[in-house]
Ligand binder design. Structure first.
Ligand code: 13P
Ligand code: SF4
Length: 304
């Protein structure tokens, strides 16, 4: 067991106060990062927090598209990503150029982009969604032809929930595809009274075996409410730390120990301290792109 570096943490928190900064952390962040954050949540909750904070600096402990979303919503604040290499391989599976090409092939389609996408892609889209509100966003687009980018599995899940056919971009999360239906089936045999909760980025065969399909924020709300004492968790394993901390009486079983997002793990306490010291790495979306991307993000926030 490693002990937290109290000196480092004290320095970091003092500098945070001096800089009038807020630290936002995604549910997949390392435990020690979650512990020093002002708020820990899913993509939707973090963008809502960013939009409403009166802090001057936002230190985003997550991946690049999340910091960009904060920059889209808060152009007057300094948004820092403690490691500029923390990206999202799924977000990189669609570029603005490739999307423009597909839009020419489907001129009547409304483009719905998962928040796991670049600001340039959001600027090419009509409305954004996260895993927490994707069903509601699609339901709000009654009667329209839809192109959903970039996650084919979230798109497929939403399509089955809403009965809407959609054109699906062939993107996927390389972390969530590691969770296999056999993992859930084996754990269900081992823990017959457990509930299985999975993220909609999982393959459809995994989703089909789940008791609940939830965003990471939804998982954190579900855990204390369910009567089940054991829960099989089909998402990135960083969330297990928060689930155990908030529900000490319950057992949380990762569906796959291999579901680790290396990008999320790039953020460390040392890098957060350096980030506040150097005011780096600033993520700032150029104004012309920001204004177009904001239309799609604002539309999503109105649907929630
Ligand atoms: P949530 O919005 O559910 O937190 O998911 C974000 C993500 O990147 C999942 O891989
Ligand atoms: Fe992207 Fe997957 Fe990592 Fe989420 S878990 S940030 S979708 S690579």
């Amino acid at each position: 067991m490693t002990f937290p570096d109290t000196e480092l943490i004290e320095k970091l928190l003092q500098l945070k106060r001096q800089r009038k900064a807020v630290i936002l952390a995604h549910n997949y962040q390392l435990g020690e990062v979650q512990d020093i954050a002002d708020f820990v949540g899913d993509s939707l909750e973090l963008s809502q927090k960013a939009a409403e904070t009166d802090a001057e600096v936002i230190v985003f402990c997550g991946v690049h598209f999340m910091a960009e979303t904060a920059s889209i919503l808060c152009p007057d604040k300094v948004v820092l990503l403690p490691d500029i290499h923390a990206g999202c391989p799924m977000a990189d599976m669609v570029t603005a150029e490739s999307l423009r090409k597909r839009k020419r092939e489907l001129p009547d389609a409304i483009v719905v982009c998962y928040v796991n996408s670049s600001a340039e892609v959001k600027a090419e889209s009509d409305v954004c969604c996260t895993s927490a509100n994707a069903v509601k966003v699609i339901e709000s687009l009654e009667g329209k032809e839809i192109l959903f980018v970039p996650d084919q599995y979230l798109g497929h899940y939403v399509s089955t929930k809403t009965g809407r056919e959609m054109h699906l971009w062939p993107g996927f999360c390389p972390v969530h595809v590691r969770i296999q239906p056999g993992d859930i089936a084996r754990l269900k045999r081992e823990y017959p009274r457990a509930k299985a909760i999975v993220h909609p980025e999982c393959r459809p065969e995994v989703v089909a075996l789940a008791d609940e399909v939830l965003s990471t924020g939804g998982m954190c709300r579900f855990a204390p409410k369910t009567e089940a004492e054991a829960i099989i968790v089909g998402t990135e394993i960083g969330i297990i730390y928060r689930l155990r901390k908030e529900n000490p009486g319950k057992k949380f079983i990762p569906a796959s120990e291999q579901a680790i997002c290396p990008d999320m793990k790039l953020i460390t306490l040392e890098k957060i301290l350096w980030s506040l010291e150097e005011m780096a790495f600033e993520v700032k979306v150029p104004e012309a792109i920001r204004l177009r991307a904001k239309v799609a993000v604002d539309k999503m926030l109105r649907v929630v």
